[in-house]
Ligand binder design. Structure first.
Ligand code: LMR
Length: 333
């Protein structure tokens, strides 16, 4: 009897002095600099996740390809070596979800309002659902912005693109886009772009200004054409098994942190791209120019046929549903 009492007291004592529970760790890997829309939004999510869960969740952010590069990061997520990523929408083809390449169609969105109609509507929702069969859960879309071309020579007229070696992300739509311009696309991980531009392995690239500036691409590219010919954004994805295994209350708090981070990311993206454009111009290493109305129209005419060519890969229905959501008419040029 005494022994039982002694054991009960000891058990109570050890429960009272038990070490605090170790936090649930979410490794969040990405490939861009800290001071970018995605980099800042990842840190915002990290902070809100800690606050809202009262420290039960610790998000570890690994920026700038320090943990994984483009292709490896998605494999790592599927294997559970990391729990959260924010790959660009152009990088889901290799996962087997080609439909995400619809976002790469040149000139498909005229502005952020158009884009929101898709990402915040039924089309965006059904796209995220397609990730489930790949062991992923899509939580949100985050903006970066509209893309400019950087190059070693001026890019004003269509002829300027002919024979130009241009780095692209791993998207068949981007490949078709560059070929429609007579350029030579080359798929390359983001971390390799700066050295490849510096060495002249490729002569040009496309990205929103915040990526060009924070990777210092303007130091090795003499020209930047503000073409705004396409959009680059992100899908925030988690390992589905990990996410479903979280305690319900924790998952709810993380969903709230993600909602807040998404609003923050999308607010910041526009601001950051404008800020970095001013900084890039002030750096004085690169000639930055906007296209004339005619030059932009010529580019648009050359690129819109890509929409038709890509129907077989990403689905006519999907493209049509975006046209409907945004009132886009590919024939009205
Ligand atoms: C790129 O590879 O150019 C971009 O996807 C990088 C990024 O994540 O913004």
């Amino acid at each position: 009897m005494r022994l039982r009492f002694f054991l009960a007291v000891m058990a109570g004592a050890s429960a009272a002095t038990a070490a605090p529970q170790r936090p649930i760790v979410i490794k969040f890997s990405h490939v861009v600099a800290v001071d970018t829309p995605k980099g800042r939004a990842a840190e915002f999510f990290q902070r809100r996740a800690r606050e809202l869960t009262g420290g039960r969740v610790e998000v570890e952010v690994y920026p700038d390809s320090t943990l994984y590069r483009d292709k490896e990061e998605i494999e790592a997520l599927q294997l559970g070596a990391v729990q959260m990523l924010a790959p660009s929408l152009s990088k889901f083809g290799p996962v087997g979800v080609n439909e995400f390449e619809v976002f790469d169609l040149p000139f498909i969105f005229s502005d952020y309002d158009d884009l929101r109609k898709v990402t915040e509507g039924p089309v965006g929702k059904s796209l995220l659902q397609k990730l489930e069969s790949k062991g992923l859960r899509g939580l949100a879309f985050w903006d970066n912005g509209f893309k400019a071309f950087s190059a070693s020579k001026p890019l004003r007229k269509l002829e300027d693109y002919r024979g130009l070696k241009i780095r692209i992300q791993c998207s068949a739509v981007l490949d078709a886009q560059m070929r429609a311009l007579g350029a030579l696309p080359q798929v390359m991980a983001f971390s390799e772009v700066y050295p490849a531009l510096e060495a002249g392995v490729v002569e040009a690239a496309e990205n929103p200004i915040s990526n060009i500036f924070t990777q210092r691409m303007h130091e090795v590219q003499k020209h930047i054409a503000l073409t705004w010919h396409g959009y680059l954004g992100y899908a925030i994805v988690v390992n589905k098994r990990f996410w479903d295994g979280l305690p319900t209350d924790v998952r709810g708090e993380l969903e709230q942190a993600m909602r807040e981070a998404t609003a923050y990311a999308n607010r910041l993206a526009m601001e950051k791209n404008d800020q970095d454009l001013a900084r890039l111009k002030a750096a004085g290493t690169t000639e930055v120019y906007a296209l004339t109305r005619e030059e932009r129209l010529a580019l648009k005419k050359a690129l819109i046929p890509v929409h038709g060519h890509m129907q077989g890969r990403i689905g006519k229905q999907l493209i049509q549903s975006i046209y409907q959501a945004t009132s886009f008419d590919p024939d009205a040029l």
